[in-house]
Design a protein around this ligand. Sequence first.
Ligand SMILES: C[S@@+](CC[C@H](N)C(=O)[O-])C[C@H]1O[C@@H](n2cnc3c(N)ncnc32)[C@H](O)[C@@H]1O
Length: 254
Amino acid sequence: MQGDAWDVLRKLDENSIDALITDPPGKFGRNWAGMGTTRPHATEVHGRTYKQPELDEEFVKQAFRVLRKDRAWNTLSKEKRAKGEFPKGGAACLIRVPIENKTTRPHIQELIRLAESAGFVFYGEFVVALDMIGMGYDSGRDKGAAWLLFHAGNRNGVLWDLSVPNVIQAKRIRNPCKGDAKEHEAEKDPVEFTELLKAVTRKGDVVLDPFIGRGRWTKQMVSEGRHVIGADMDGTWPERIASEDYGYAGETPN
Ligand SMILES: C[S@@+](CC[C@H](N)C(=O)[O-])C[C@H]1O[C@@H](n2cnc3c(N)ncnc32)[C@H](O)[C@@H]1O
């Protein structure tokens, strides 16, 4: 969908989504971070204008409303899975934020506080370690990011072990670079979330990403057998994604 994430969330049914996994815009206090989005804003960066809306109380309230409060997880032993015994718990909400430092920390803590007051339970965070360019080009860049993992409500004893390492190694998608060239200013490697996706959702689940960007993430989610509802304010990306063949005809895979 092309649209504003807040509007898209308001249109979705209550208790209808199995997971929310997203990489939102937002500066988290970093004034230089005007480059992470394609939407215009009053702020001018390098002669261009960008919109960097911060996740707010309304966003977390709507996210909590649409996420399922009672759903089967994917995290028990192979034996239990074979018997069809899946634990129940509030759907997962994974939000990618900049790594914590002096500037970003108060903003990240505020987001956690807002989410908790909307009803989410904060499970913890996973660090994304990004590769470095070297030769001095890394100065001033984010060296990594973090996933904040919340549950929409009671986690019912689930997820103390997600079998996902606390540090996830990922590639920085660069521009220019052959083959893997970056097409969207804020594009990220789907490796950042693939193991988490598999841990917190099952095949056939509906994942919401209200800030899809380029769509490599959408493609990865679909190739893992998940349905995706994706939105971006900048119509370029939803249009591009809709025109591409993601090798999935809409049926629910096993
Ligand atoms: C950090 S980027 C997402 C990048 C994406 N994960 C990728 O790998 O390509 C954030 C995206 O949010 C979009 N955006 C900004 N404001 C928005 C809003 N209010 N509603 C929906 N999308 C918005 C931007 O156009 C941008 O594509």
